[in-house]
Write a protein that binds this ligand. Structure first.
Ligand SMILES: [Zn+2]
Length: 252
């Protein structure tokens, strides 16, 4: 976990991420003394005269960031009061590290973030910090989801390209461009349905995303008696209109 002299990193961000992990696990606070394109100097935040320091330098000939000076020993800061709140840089580290070890949903609790950091990085963080990171990530979540809806048009175009005989349909508001409905039936499913149009079940369920939608789907049975998904659709809710949209596209 501790950094080493001459250790190298691809970028300063990688260097800082590992440094934060070290600081969190050994429970000391860091201060960025200097940071520019060619070097980054880190000192101990708890006491101005603590000898702890790390210097990382960009080496153009190697195209790497190298630790060129390091004193890992803290002395004068021993017994110093712990840093009362998360520094900005700790927050920056956590908001990148947490999503890599925990899937954040609307139901995630700060406690789960604390446990995940403990389990994966042997790092204790306070409830307040976990709460702040969670709020940030959940806010991000809705933005990410919105961005994913905007990618649907490209997704459907791609599906048309790679599966010409499938049937894919995206309906969006002509004025605002807002998502309305989506229908997907790959060619393999369509061929099966056209050969033996036995629909054994059609049902709907709600999605668990931020933008609550309804997933409609139909399943059939193939020659081996296996249940096959024939088509699925994302619609606003289960109503006569949305079922008509789905079935109309299915038999098309
Ligand atoms: Zn120190």
């Amino acid at each position: 976990m501790a950094l080493l002299h001459n250790q190298s990193f691809e970028t300063f961000s990688d260097f800082k991420a590992q440094l934060h992990q070290w600081a969190l696990s050994d429970n000391f606070a860091i201060k960025i003394e200097k940071s520019d394109r060619s070097r980054c100097v880190i000192k101990c935040r708890s006491a101005a005269d603590c000898p702890f320091h790390v210097r990382a330098t960009w080496k153009p000939e190697q195209e790497r960031v190298i630790i060129t000076a390091l004193n890992p020993i803290h002395t004068t800061c021993l017994g110093a009061a712990p840093v009362p709140r998360a520094s900005c840089s700790q927050f920056t580290y956590l908001r990148e590290a947490v999503p890599k070890i925990l899937a954040i949903t609307g139901k995630t609790k700060p406690k789960e973030i604390q446990q995940a950091m403990q389990l994966h990085h042997k790092v204790s963080i306070s409830y307040a910090v976990a709460h702040k990171v969670l709020q940030y990530l959940q806010g991000q979540d809705i933005g990410l989801e919105r961005a994913q809806f905007r990618l649907l048009l490209l997704y459907i175009q791609k599906l048309h390209e790679i599966d010409e005989e499938g049937h894919f349909h995206l309906s969006a508001c002509s004025e605002s461009g807002r998502f309305q409905r989506l229908f997907i039936s790959p060619s393999a499913s369509r061929h099966l349905f056209q050969r033996s149009p036995k629909l054994i079940a059609a049902d709907g369920t709600f999605t668990k995303s931020k933008f609550r939608q309804t997933l409609l789907f139909a399943v059939g049975i193939d020659g081996d008696n296996k249940v096959i998904l024939l088509a699925w659709s994302l619609v606003e809710s289960e109503n006569q209109d949305s079922w008509e949209y789905f079935l109309h596209n299915l038999i098309r």
